[in-house]
Design a protein around this ligand. Structure first.
Ligand SMILES: Cc1ncc(COP(=O)(O)O)c(C=O)c1O
Length: 374
């Protein structure tokens, strides 16, 4: 049988090995020079001045909402169609995620639904750029200004994206959080970064990621509550090497997305990711289709696996997780667009080095399963 095609695979080459080995041999494995180098290089790439590298996207979200001013008992408006971390981080601080439905085209939180959901208890907004497609941040910025709310962008999936007004996703001057897990556009194995609007906010985040120690404080002196959310120098070295090939990797993802789009566009009932519209530009992260209504997704996953192709349901609706149902009383039917999309979504193998032949195999397997179910 031909080789199994996995869902994701990072691009790792000689440069990654070189920088990691160099760092390993330097003996400076954490809080060394690679940290600042990676932050500067990532910031330069993004066009943002104040970047704090952290141990994960989740850690970054936690620090970002604290810096934004979240407090126990606050309501924060966010999307139910996301990776669970964007809602969980609110629970760490005793805030409540208030979900609203998504836009059926972009799959991002609807700005109108968010505006309707604001109450006296709302203090913040946490939109997510899902699957790398830019959320309508200009609308969220207006809402935040009108209702005196804070705004944190979850840009974990959207490296390489751009807004219609010319701004790079994550570099609009809002607190924004990227993630560098192994399946992301750029990886540090585990890791993330917070983009801050000011040097003051960056200083707070740098301190809180390092147990509350301020930059100019002495050894083991701590002036606030903090965490261990540091990113080590080996991870930063990996990130530096990845940054050098980021354009090439993004182009690789866009190429694969183009091939899938061409090959799957005519499958009846299948929804492919929306094309860029109105000047917004997706930073390609995953290739997620919505299966036609009535197609059994679990059976599809099994049948594709039998054909040597990995495929996974992605993403489930957060409010329908048992933990969220039990804690907040959520139930089916609350967010119909999200629930319909979540029930039919299937991620296909997607990484820069997928060959034309592999894409063909994935497409053939999917077509066979959908068009001629057993
Ligand atoms: C939208 C979104 N938010 C947050 C995260 C959390 O990032 P991490 O896994 O690095 O903690 C992810 C990671 O997959 C994500 O996709």
């Amino acid at each position: 049988m031909s080789e199994f095609i996995p869902l994701a695979r990072p691009v790792i080459g000689a440069r990654e090995e070189e920088l990691i080995l160099e760092t390993l041999r330097s003996g400076r494995l954490s809080l060394g020079p690679r940290l600042g180098e990676f932050e500067s290089a990532f910031g330069a790439r993004l066009g943002a001045e104040h970047v704090s590298a952290v141990s994960s996207g989740t850690a970054g979200l936690h620090l970002a909402i604290r810096a934004a001013g979240v407090e126990r008992g606050d309501d924060v408006i966010t999307t139910p169609f996301s990776f669970v971390a964007s809602a969980n981080c609110l629970l760490y601080e005793g805030a409540r995620p208030v979900f609203c439905d998504i836009d059926p085209r972009t799959l991002n939180i609807s700005a109108e639904a968010a505006a309707d959901a604001v109450t006296d208890r709302t203090t913040g907004l946490l939109p997510v750029h899902i699957f790398g497609y830019p959320a309508d941040i200009p609308a969220f910025e207006r809402l935040a200004a009108d209702r005196a709310l804070w705004l944190v962008e979850d840009t974990c999936e959207a490296l390489g994206g751009g807004h219609a007004d010319g701004a790079t996703v994550g570099a609009r001057g809002n607190l924004s959080v990227f993630a560098f897990y192994a399946n992301k556009q750029l990886t540090t194995a585990e890791g993330g970064a917070v983009v801050s609007p000011s040097a003051e906010t960056k200083e707070r985040i740098d301190s809180e990621r390092n147990q509350g120690r301020a930059r100019d404080m002495g050894w083991l002196d701590h002036d606030r509550l903090g965490f261990n959310y540091r990113l080590d120098d080996l991870s930063c070295a990996l990130g530096l090497a990845q940054l050098e090939r980021l354009d090439e990797m993004l182009a690789g993802r866009a190429r694969v997305a183009g091939l899938y789009g061409e090959a799957l566009g005519d499958v009846e009932g299948l929804t492919v990711p929306c094309p860029d519209e109105g000047g917004d530009r997706r930073g390609w992260f995953v290739y997620v289709v919505q299966l036609p209504h009535g197609v059994d997704r679990n059976a599809t996953v099994v049948a594709m696996r039998e054909r040597g192709v990995d495929a996974k349901p992605y993403l489930p609706a957060i409010h329908l997780f048992s933990f969220y149902r039990e804690r907040f009383g959520h139930r089916e039917g609350e967010f119909p667009v999200c629930e319909d999309v979540a029930a039919r979504s299937l991620a296909l193998p997607f990484f820069p080095e997928l060959t034309d032949g592999q894409v063909e195999r994935v497409v053939e397997a999917l077509r066979e399963v959908i068009e001629r179910p057993a």
